[in-house]
Design a binder for this molecule. Structure first.
Ligand SMILES: Nc1ncnc2c1ncn2[C@@H]1O[C@H](COP(=O)(O)OP(=O)(O)O)[C@@H](O)[C@H]1O
Ligand SMILES: [Mg+2]
Length: 313
């Protein structure tokens, strides 16, 4: 029974700093074994929310349960069972890989420290680097060491705050493979990220903008809820094409993707009518494509900035 309870279940969590609300009545559930993606522009409250989940900050209002413990009154029990990787985490560059893990194991007050460090080195395939100074590792291996430090005390839930910011694509792929491997062992993860490809790898995502949860669900649900229809256009002078498209009624947004434009609308007929003359112009190649998360997030942001609300979440 307990197995099916969500690992995170919070309702109307709020936090303000100096009278400014930075997390506004956020409700969110993460299921066991799930990878939950947390997206939104800088300053949206992602870090603040994660810090409340791991007991580093006390919410001003709301209630919630994390791993079966009350978020407001049982912070100590929660702390022992989560692995938190802070944004811009730092390793001790002048300590070796093994010494870094050993140091963290001391902080977690792990009893059989030697053994746990050895097991973790093996689990994360860090043995060949055990004696190397952390500062001399490549970005990807530093990342892996940071993840390893979060795993020493066998947490059931990982809270990872932009763990792959600034990491190269190959290392990011490698990192995600490790996250998947961990979830097959029953570990759940809430991960904040700015990368759309990572958002698409999550079982479910939430999009936060300046404290408000604008949408959440599986990628397919979030896309469906948006009601957006997307066409891609390519050809010469797409910059100019983009400007002209933006002036048409029914065209909600035009986003450049390299040499193509993603053109979105919702209202089927009006959108189709506005597009028709452009599609008829044979100098461009048009194709109807599936709407992606990026299109949805851009649209939610512009709606928000325009002061509208569609009651999406
Ligand atoms: N300890 C703090 N004191 C005052 N303001 C803070 C503090 N922590 C965060 N903030 C503010 O709260 C807002 C949300 O920040 P943050 O949670 O870091 O967002 P994100 O992680 O989405 O970029 C920002 O405006 C930030 O300046
Ligand atoms: Mg942050």
């Amino acid at each position: 029974m307990i197995k099916h309870l969500p690992v995170i279940d919070v309702q109307n969590i709020s936090k303000a700093f100096a009278g400014k609300t930075v997390v506004n009545k956020l409700s969110l559930q993460v299921r066991r074994g799930e990878i939950y993606g947390f997206l939104g522009p800088n300053g949206s409250g992602k870090t603040t929310f994660l810090r409340m989940l791991c007991g580093l900050l006390q919410p001003d209002a709301g209630s919630g349960v994390c791993l079966g413990h009350n978020l407001l009154t049982e912070v100590d029990q929660i702390k022992h069972r989560i692995g938190y990787m802070a944004q811009n985490f730092s390793l001790y560059e002048d300590l070796s890989v093994r010494e870094n893990l050993d140091f963290m194991a001391r902080i977690y007050a792990i009893k059989s420290r030697r053994e746990v460090v050895a097991q973790t080195l093996e689990r994360m395939e860090l043995i060949p680097f055990a004696g190397q100074l952390a500062g001399t590792l490549s970005g990807g291996w530093k990342q892996r060491l940071a993840l390893a430090s979060c795993l020493l005390h066998e947490p059931e839930l990982l809270l990872l705050d932009e763990p792959t910011a600034g990491v190269d694509p190959a290392a990011r792929r490698d990192f995600w493979e490790q996250i998947y491997a961990l979830t097959t062992q029953g570990i759940s993860a809430l991960i904040s990220t700015h990368y759309m490809d990572e958002a698409e790898r999550c079982h479910r995502v939430a999009y936060l903008a300046y404290g408000d949860l604008l949408t959440s669900g599986t990628a397919a649900e979030v896309i469906k809820k948006s009601g957006l229809i997307t066409w891609s256009a390519s050809g010469p002078g797409i910059q100019d094409l983009s400007e002209r498209l933006k002036q048409q009624p029914g065209i909600k947004q035009v986003i450049p993707f390299g040499n193509t434009l993603h053109v979105c609308g919702t209202d089927g007929e009006r959108f189709a009518e506005s597009l028709r003359p452009f599609i008829a112009d044979s100098s461009y190649r048009w194709e109807k494509i599936e709407t992606g998360l990026e299109e949805v997030f851009v649209s939610l942001m512009s709606k928000r900035e325009g002061g509208h609300s569609d009651g999406d979440s």
